[in-house]
Design a protein around this ligand. Structure first.
Ligand code: ATP
Ligand code: MG
Ligand code: MG
Length: 456
C-alpha cells in the first residue's frame, strides 16, 4: 500500500458490519473503523488509540484465533496508515451506498488507520476463467446448547440462542420476518440438517448470508440493499455453475436441481478439511437439537455423521465451546476480575485485559485450572476464554468457489468448481461488554418465555 498513490476513485463500497466499513479494490480490501454518529464531530479516540485498536485486531487474529481455528483459514492482514484526504473523500463517496439501518454509525475519518486484508471475494486466480468466482459468506452464530450448571432457565438448554434471539429481534422490529435458520442444524455435520439450514439462510438471509459474484455482492438481506434480488434472479446467477445431475426435464435442469447442487457444494466445502487424516467428532453426534428448529428429526435417514475434525465448522464450534460456564456462570467471575482491577489498577497490564494478544495471552486461557480455586487467575482465564468464544460466535465463513477445468468449459458452464474456505471478522470482544451480554441474555430469554416461543 503506497499512501501517496491512494486514489479514492479506485476503491468501492464493499460492505459493513456493526464495527467496521469495508471498501475493496481488486484483490484487496480496507476495513475502516466506525463510530457512533453522535461522536462524528470529534473523534472518540486518538490516532494512537485507533492504531493500537487495529493492531490488537491483527494480533488477536494471528496469535490467538488462528491457533484455535487453524492457520489455513485465517488472513490477519496488516494495519495501514492512509492519507486523511483519501479517507474523507472515500467516506463521502460511499455514504449513499450504505444501508440506512447501518447509518447510526459513521466511518472513522480522523485516524487514517485501517486494516488491509486480502479480498476474500476476489481470490487471485492462477488461470483466468470466464466464469467469475462465486463466494458465499455465512455468519453461522452459536452452534451449541449450553450445558452449564449455572444456566437458570431451562429453556436455554432446549432452544438455541439464535432461535430465541430471532423472536426478540422480530418482536422489537429489527427484522420484519424471522429467519428459520438454526445454527444447530448447520453445525450438526448431518448433511440433511445442514442442507435444511442453508435453505433457510437463503430464504431469509438477514445478516447471516451473502453471495458475491466476481467480487460484487449479488445476494443479501432485502433490508440491507434495495437492489438485492429475489430467489429467481439468484437462481439465474447460480444456474451456469450448477448445471449437472440427472434432475432434468426435457434436458432442462430444474431450478430445484440448481439450488440443490449449490447447497450440496456448500455443504461439502463446510465439511471439508485441509486434506489428510480426518478424525470425526462423534461426541457431538445427534446430541444437539434445538426445539425451535423446524427440521423434522424423523427425516434423518442416514444417521448423524458428526463434524470432521479438520472442518471449518468443527474448529469454530470447538472455539465457541470455550464458553463453558454460560454468561450466567461467567458474570460472577467477571465481577471478581473487575473488583481486583479496582483494587490493583496496575494488574490490568499483567493480566492482559486489553492485550497485548500474544502467546502469553493464549497460554493464559489454555492453561486454565478445571476447578475454581477462588483465584483471580482462574477468573481471568475464564473471562479470556469467554471472550474468545464470543469472537467465534460472531465470525463469518467465506467459501470461495472457483471454476476449474477451464478447457472443458462450454456454454453449459464450468466443468468443476474448486473451493477454498476462510474465516473472517475475528475482532477481540471488549472485557467491558460482558455486563451488557448478561442483560441481553436476560432480555432475550424473558421475551421468549413471554411469547411461549410463538411469534407475534
Ligand atoms: P459484525 O457486525 O459482523 O461484527 P464487522 O463490523 O466486524 O461485522 P466484518 O464482518 O469484518 O465487520 O466486515 C463487514 C463485511 O465486509 C463482511 O460481512 C464481509 O462481507 C466484508 N468483508 C470483510 N472482510 C473482508 C475480506 N477480507 N474480503 C472480502 N470481504 C470482506
Ligand atoms: Mg461481521
Ligand atoms: Mg465483527
Amino acid at each position: 500500500m503506497e499512501p501517496d498513490k491512494m486514489d479514492e476513485n479506485e476503491w468501492k463500497y464493499h460492505g459493513e458490519g456493526n464495527k467496521s466499513l469495508v471498501v475493496s479494490h481488486l484483490s484487496r480490501v480496507l476495513r475502516l473503523l466506525k463510530y457512533p454518529a453522535e461522536d462524528s464531530e470529534n473523534p472518540p479516540q486518538t490516532v494512537e488509540q485507533a492504531f493500537r485498536q487495529i493492531q490488537n485486531i491483527v494480533d488477536f487474529s494471528s496469535n490467538v484465533m488462528s491457533s484455535l481455528l487453524g492457520e489455513k483459514f485465517i488472513h490477519s492482514g496488516e494495519v495501514v496508515k492512509l492519507p486523511l484526504e483519501f479517507v474523507r473523500q472515500l467516506s463521502i463517496k460511499v455514504q449513499h451506498q450504505r444501508p440506512a439501518w447501518r447509518c447510526d454509525k459513521v466511518m472513522d475519518i480522523y485516524s487514517g488507520c485501517a486494516l488491509c486484508l486480502p479480498n476474500l471475494t476476489s481470490p487471485i486466480l492462477h488461470q483466468p476463467t470466464h466464469t467469475p468466482p462465486l463466494c458465499i459468506e455465512i455468519k453461522p452464530k452459536c452452534g451449541f446448547l449450553p450445558s452449564s450448571k449455572h444456566v437458570s432457565k431451562d429453556i436455554k438448554t432446549k432452544v438455541c440462542r439464535f432461535c430465541m434471539h430471532q423472536h426478540y429481534k422480530v418482536a422489537n422490529g429489527k427484522w420484519k420476518r424471522p429467519s428459520l435458520y438454526c445454527p444447530l442444524d448447520l453445525f450438526s455435520g448431518n448433511r440433511q440438517r445442514m442442507h435444511f439450514a442453508i435453505r433457510h439462510l437463503i430464504e431469509e438471509p438477514q445478516n447471516n448470508f451473502k453471495i458475491f459474484k466476481g467480487g460484487q455482492c449479488i445476494y443479501s438481506s432485502k433490508e440491507v440493499s434495495d437492489d438485492s434480488m429475489d430467489l429467481n434472479s439468484l437462481l439465474h446467477h447460480l444456474r451456469p455453475y450448477f448445471l449437472y445431475g440427472n434432475n432434468r426435464i426435457n434436458s432442462h435442469v430444474t431450478s430445484k436441481a440448481v439450488l440443490n447442487n449449490f447447497i450440496q457444494v456448500l455443504v461439502n466445502a463446510l465439511l471439508s478439511g485441509g486434506g489428510g487424516e480426518v478424525e470425526t467428532d462423534t461426541r457431538g453426534e445427534g446430541r444437539s437439537f434445538c426445539d425451535a428448529s423446524l427440521f423434522n428429526k424423523e427425516r434423518i435417514s442416514n444417521g448423524s455423521q458428526g463434524l470432521p475434525g479438520d472442518s471449518v465448522l468443527f474448529r469454530i464450534l470447538q472455539t465457541q465451546m470455550l464458553d463453558t460456564l454460560d454468561i450466567e456462570g461467567l458474570y460472577p467471575l467477571y465481577r471478581r476480575v473487575e473488583q481486583h482491577l479496582q483494587d490493583f489498577p496496575k494488574e490490568r497490564t499483567r493480566l492482559q485485559m486489553e492485550g497485548p494478544y500474544n502467546e502469553a495471552f493464549l497460554e493464559k486461557l489454555q492453561k486454565c485450572p478445571t476447578e475454581d480455586d477462588g483465584s483471580v487467575e482462574y477468573a481471568v482465564a475464564k473471562v479470556h476464554q469467554y471472550r474468545v468464544a464470543m469472537t467465534a460466535k460472531d465470525c463469518s465463513i467465506m467459501v470461495a468457489l472457483v471454476p476449474s477445468g477451464e478447457e472443458e468449459e462450454d456454454e453449459e458452464g464450468p466443468a468443476a468448481l474448486s473451493y477454498s474456505v476462510s474465516i473472517l471478522d475475528l475482532d477481540p470482544k471488549p472485557f467491558d461488554s460482558i455486563p451488557s451480554q448478561l442483560r441481553l441474555d436476560q432480555k432475550i430469554v424473558s421475551c421468549y418465555l413471554k411469547t411461549g416461543g410463538a411469534l407475534p
